[in-house]
Design a protein around this ligand. Structure first.
Ligand code: ZN
Length: 506
């Protein structure tokens, strides 16, 4: 009979190769978004489909199931919470999710969402929801089938989909965290709108030469701890971060000569994702211990560097003299206070991806409510625009002029990404809670940032979050790192501390 060590070794070997194969798709996917000539699109789609099929075949191979069952029955595998137990638990989770979905459904989903995304592009351009509605209904039907195939214990299909992005989270737990946050945010945003202070937003739309933007953003990403020995920054239409594996993490951004914050904070954001990827345990590559824990935690890392650090007064105390030197024409007569106010301009607007730190979470809560209602069958697809606009008016005091500024603005639903949105707002909440603990533990981060010292925070994140891999679910990680369950309070404290003085809110 094979020893437990042999079986475990065989499983790890198989998993590593599967992850390695998957990472080849990531390279091709990154290239598709950055350098691929338009003529290569179809060939690339064929390459990616081939690799996806091979990866799925490996991930669902019956031998993986045999190894898992055998190992789960062995008493000499390691105690609860040991590395081996964590690796097996996560391998089982992936295996079950991969094998529970019938091949036919996977193919139908892939095919339908490809077409739905094309329909969405056309509908958004035409500002016509009715063009997209039949596709939304089709995707929704398939996502319900997916939820049934995966299974959910509590009568809430949404939870089965959410679990793919934020393992262990439920719609109920997220709603409970969002509710008190929403009440306070609506009040804070209303107070800011009523304020007679208006930042000089125009400062940020002067001329910022692109070469200087690239250089300045690269220096900032380096300063906060993104390693360019183990990564790159390139240009793509839709910014993203892709961690290929140990020693190779790719960031992308897009530049606009007339808009400073887009590329700069985009780079800080993606570098935050990248620092997480680069901070993973290399020896554990291919297993759950070497992987990021959830989308919400991933987003907490990007938003922490982008917002809590990158939009803070001390950060600019350090960087503003360099910014003035890099952008002499735009900033020669600008003070650090005016600049700081401009990058923290708050104003209700229709588009989520352009929203400020204060209104952003309200955009997410709106989507969270609507997608839950759709999946539960409480909201029929033709009624989506009406409910969207009504809720938007309630949260922001504005009504979208057309659906492209409303329910047609995001790609997510056409791509079948139901349950994805809440991870953005969770990321903001996790970020603020982690940051508060780091600040207390490390003895005043502000003074460090003002001196250009970011390594203590980065190392703290490396140790407490990145190196843990998937050892803990997000909820447990937050409890362990901060000593408390997830709460809306740290984020509110942060927002009040930043925006009350800027806008004279009492
Ligand atoms: Zn992100």
């Amino acid at each position: 009979m094979a020893t437990t060590t042999d079986l475990y070794g065989e499983l790890i070997e198989r998993m590593k190769k599967t992850v390695l194969l998957g990472s080849c798709s990531s390279v091709l996917g990154w290239d598709e978004q950055t350098y691929l000539p338009p003529g290569g699109g179809e060939h690339r789609a064929n390459q990616l489909a081939l690799l996806a099929g091979m990866t799925h075949e490996r991930a669902t191979h019956p031998r993986v199931g045999e190894l898992l069952s055998e190992l789960e029955s062995r008493s000499d595998l390691g105690a609860d919470g040991s590395d081996e137990q964590v690796v097996i638990r996560e391998a089982r989770r992936s295996y079950n999710r991969a094998t529970k979905l019938p091949q036919k459904l996977v193919e139908e989903l892939s095919h339908t969402t490809t077409l739905a995304q094309q329909a969405w592009v056309g509908a958004r351009k035409a500002k016509s929801f009715p063009q997209f509605e039949p596709w939304l209904a089709k995707v929704l039907k398939l996502k319900r089938e997916e939820a049934s195939a995966i299974g959910y214990g509590n009568g809430v299909p949404y939870d089965a989909l959410l679990d793919d992005y934020e393992p262990g989270a439920t719609a109920e737990s997220i709603a409970a965290a969002f509710r008190p946050l929403r009440e306070e945010l609506v009040k804070l945003v209303a107070a800011i709108v009523d304020s007679d202070r208006h930042p000089q937003h125009e400062i940020l739309t002067r001329r910022y030469p692109i070469d200087a933007q690239r250089e300045f953003a690269t220096q900032a990403a380096k300063a906060i701890g993104f390693s360019f020995e183990d990564g790159r920054l390139d240009v793509a239409a839709h910014p993203f971060c892709s961690g290929f594996g140990p020693g190779d993490c790719r960031l992308t951004t897009r530049y606009d000569e007339q808009h400073f914050p887009g590329a700069f904070f985009g780079v800080l954001h993606e570098a935050g994702h990248g620092i997480y990827e680069q901070g993973l345990n290399r020896e554990a590559y291919g297993t759950g211990l070497g992987e990021t824990t959830s989308l919400g935690i991933h987003e907490s890392q990007s938003r922490m560097w982008e917002n809590l650090v990158g939009r803070s007064r001390p950060f600019w105390q350090h960087f503003f003299p360099q910014a003035k030197a890099a952008f002499t024409e735009a900033l020669s007569s600008v003070t650090v206070d005016d600049f700081y106010a401009a990058i923290n301009d708050v104003r209700p607007s229709f588009i989520r991806v352009e929203a400020d730190e204060c209104t952003y979470n309200l955009h997410i809560m709106l989507r969270f409510e609507i997608e839950q209602a759709m999946l539960a069958g409480d909201l029929q697809t033709p009624d989506v625009p009406g409910v969207w606009n009504e809720t938007f008016e309630k949260f922001f005091g504005l009504t979208p002029p057309h659906d492209s500024f409303g329910c047609l603005q995001d790609i997510h639903w056409s791509a079948g990404l139901f349950g994805y949105f809440p991870t953005y707002a969770l990321g903001n909440m996790y970020a603020a809670q982690f940051f508060e603990t780091a600040d207390q533990t490390l003895g005043g981060l502000s003074a460090q940032f003002a001196r250009g010292e970011f390594a203590p925070l980065k190392q703290w994140l490396n140790e407490h979050i990145h190196q843990q891999g998937k050892r803990f679910r997000a909820q447990e990680l937050v409890q362990r790192v901060t000593g408390r369950p997830l709460s809306h309070e740290p984020l509110l404290r942060h927002l009040h501390a930043r925006f009350d003085p800027l806008y004279g809110v009492k």
